[in-house]
Design a protein around this ligand. Structure first.
Ligand code: ZN
Ligand code: ZN
Length: 484
C-alpha cells in the first residue's frame, strides 16, 4: 500500500506541476527533472503519479536540493514531504534552500514499445503558513463527532523522558514506547511536548501512519526560567530564550506562537519554582494573561499537588479571562515500574470534537468543549447543557441570561456512580445549586439558577465522596462581556 504522508498543503492547487513522458529507450536511466524553489520555505511536498502500471511500468522516486541528496524512496511511496524539522521516511529533513532542486526519477522498468507519462504536483509551504493546523497526516483519523480522550503533555528521548533499556539501565526513552503506552491506555490523541526542541517531529512523521487510531498533535513545552507553557499545532521553531533579543519577554514568545497559528497553554502554573524545578511556577514579568488560550488546571497526577492548579485557573476566570482548563500528565517515564499504573493519561483531557484531526481538536480546546478526567478512565462522561431565553450553551460557550430569566442546566454523567455533581458559581458553591448524588452508571440531572443578569461563570464538576475532583468541567460563561 502506498502511504500518503503529506501535509494539508495538498488541499490547494500545486505551486508547480512537472509533466513528462518516458520511453523504453530510457530503461534503467536516472532522470533529474529540475524545478525552482523560492526562498523562505518551511516545507516541500510532492505528489507523484504515472501511467502504464498495467503494463508493469515502474518508476522510482527521489530528490536532490541545490547542494545535496535529500532522499530516495524508490517505488515504495508516491508522495513525500521534506520540511525543516521533519520529512517522510526515506527523505532528509532540514533547511529548504532556494534554487534549483531535482526530482530524481529512476526508470526501473518499461516494457519494449511502452511509455509512461508522469505528473509531479509540488506544493510549497511558506514559514508560518500552515496556520496552526499542521498535522502529520492529511486526513482525519475518524470523522465521527464525539468525545475524544487524550494527553497533552509528555516527554521522550527528545528531552528528559527515560525508560529502562534492554539491560535495565535508565536511558532516553524512544518516542515509539510512549505512543504504544498511550494506545494501551485507550487514548485517541497525544501531544508529545519535549522541551523547547522540534526534533521529535521527524519521529512523529514516521510514526503517524502506523498509529492510525492515535492522533499525534504537534506540540512542545516552551520551558523558560519564568514559567513553562505548551504550544500545539505548529512545527515551526519558536525562540524560547527569554530575555534574548529574539524573545525579549514572555508576551513576545506567545505572540510568535500565535503568529504561526499555535494554541498556547500555560503549564503547572501554581508549581513552586526553585532549585528542584527551575522556572516551574508561572512568574514572568508583565505577562498579559489574555495571551494564553488554555491552562493546565490538573498536572501530573491526582494528588493535591496535581490538582493544585485549579485554584490558579479559577482566579484567572474571576479576573474576567476566558481560559480553557485542560490537563497534562507531564509523563517523563512512560514505562511503569512493576505493579504501578502508567502515568500517561493521568489526567486525561476529554474533548468534544467534530472529527479526530489536529484542527478539530485544537478548535474544540479553544472553544472550551473540554473536561478533564483525573482518573484516566475510558468511559467517564460529564456533559453540560445550559439554556436561557431560547439559547443553548455547552461547556465553554457563552450564554446570555437577563435578570429574571432562569438558566436551566442539564447534566449527563456516565460511569461516576457514588460520586456527586458539584456546581461552582464564580468559583464558589452556592445554596441555589446544591450537590447532587450520582446513583446510576448513566444519569441525567436538572438544576435551575435564577439569573441576576450579571457576568458569571458556572462550573460543573464531578467530585468523589471525599471531595476530590474526578471530572473537572469547563464553565458556561453567563452574560460574559470580557474580551476573551
Ligand atoms: Zn514543565
Ligand atoms: Zn513537562
Amino acid at each position: 500500500m502506498l502511504v500518503s504522508s503529506t501535509s494539508l498543503a495538498q488541499k490547494k492547487s500545486p505551486d508547480i506541476a512537472l509533466h513528462g513522458t518516458i520511453t523504453r529507450a530510457q530503461q534503467n536511466a536516472y532522470l533529474e527533472v529540475p524545478f525552482t524553489v523560492p526562498a523562505g520555505l518551511e516545507r516541500i511536498t510532492v505528489d507523484f503519479h504515472y501511467t502504464g502500471k498495467e503494463d508493469h511500468a515502474t518508476l522510482d522516486l527521489g530528490a536532490r536540493d541545490p547542494e545535496r541528496f535529500r532522499g530516495w524512496s524508490g517505488g515504495n511511496k508516491s508522495s513525500f514531504t521534506i520540511g525543516i524539522p521533519d520529512a517522510t521516511p526515506s527523505y532528509l529533513p532540514g533547511p529548504i534552500p532556494a534554487g534549483r532542486w531535482y526530482l530524481l526519477i529512476g526508470v526501473a522498468n518499461l516494457r519494449p514499445g511502452k511509455s509512461s507519462t508522469f505528473t509531479a504536483d509540488i506544493y510549497f509551504t511558506r514559514k508560518g503558513e500552515a496556520g496552526g493546523t499542521e498535522s502529520f497526516i492529511d486526513h482525519p483519523l475518524s470523522t465521527e463527532a464525539r468525545w475524544y480522550r487524550g494527553d497533552l503533555h509528555m516527554h521522550t528521548a527528545h528531552s528528559d523522558g527515560t525508560c529502562p533499556s534492554q539491560s535495565g539501565k535508565s536511558v532516553p526513552c524512544p518516542l515509539f514506547i510512549t505512543l504504544e503506552t498511550a494506545v494501551r491506555d485507550g487514548l485517541d490523541f497525544v501531544a508529545v511536548t519535549d522541551h523547547n526542541t522540534i526534533s521529535h517531529f521527524n519521529d512523529e512523521r514516521e510514526m503517524q501512519p502506523y498509529f492510525d487510531k492515535l492522533l499525534l498533535i504537534p506540540g512542545r513545552e516552551l520551558t523558560t526560567y519564568s514559567g513553562h507553557f505548551n504550544i500545539f499545532g505548529t512545527t515551526d521553531f519558536i525562540d524560547f530564550e527569554l530575555g534574548s533579543p529574539r524573545a525579549p519577554d514572555m508576551n513576545s514568545i506567545f505572540r510568535a506562537a500565535h503568529r504561526v497559528g499555535a494554541l498556547a497553554s500555560i503549564n503547572h502554573p501554581a508549581s513552586p519554582t526553585g532549585e528542584i524545578c527551575m522556572g516551574c511556577g508561572w512568574s514572568p514579568k508583565n505577562f498579559d494573561m489574555r495571551l494564553t488560550d488554555a491552562m493546565e488546571a490538573v498536572n501530573g497526577d491526582n494528588s493535591d499537588r496535581g490538582q493544585n492548579h485549579t485554584g490558579y485557573w479559577r482566579a484567572q476566570l474571576n479576573r474576567g479571562l476566558r481560559i480553557t482548563a485542560i490537563g497534562g500528565s507531564d509523563t517523563h517515564r512512560p514505562v511503569p515500574k512493576p505493579g504501578e499504573r502508567n502515568t500517561i493519561g493521568i489526567p486525561t483531557t476529554v474533548v468534544y470534537a467534530t472529527e479526530l484531526s489536529v484542527p478539530a481538536i485544537l478548535k474544540a480546546i479553544r472553544e472550551g468543549h473540554v473536561f478533564v478526567d483525573t482518573t484516566a478512565s475510558r468511559d467517564r462522561l460529564l456533559e453540560v447543557t445550559a439554556t436561557a431565553s431560547n439559547q443553548t450553551a455547552h461547556m465553554g460557550d457563552l450564554l446570555t441570561a437577563p435578570t429574571g430569566t432562569s438558566v436551566e442546566i442539564t447534566i449527563h454523567t456516565a460511569a461516576c456512580t457514588g460520586s456527586k455533581v458539584d456546581f461552582l458559581l464564580d468559583g464558589k458553591s452556592i445554596a441555589a445549586l446544591p450537590d447532587q448524588s450520582i446513583t446510576a452508571a448513566d444519569q441525567t440531572f436538572h438544576a435551575t439558577w435564577p439569573s441576576d443578569g450579571a457576568q458569571h461563570w458556572l462550573e460543573t464538576d464531578v467530585l468523589t465522596p471525599d471531595g476530590r475532583i474526578q471530572l473537572l468541567g469547563n464553565p458556561v460563561y453567563l452574560n460574559w462581556r470580557s474580551k476573551q
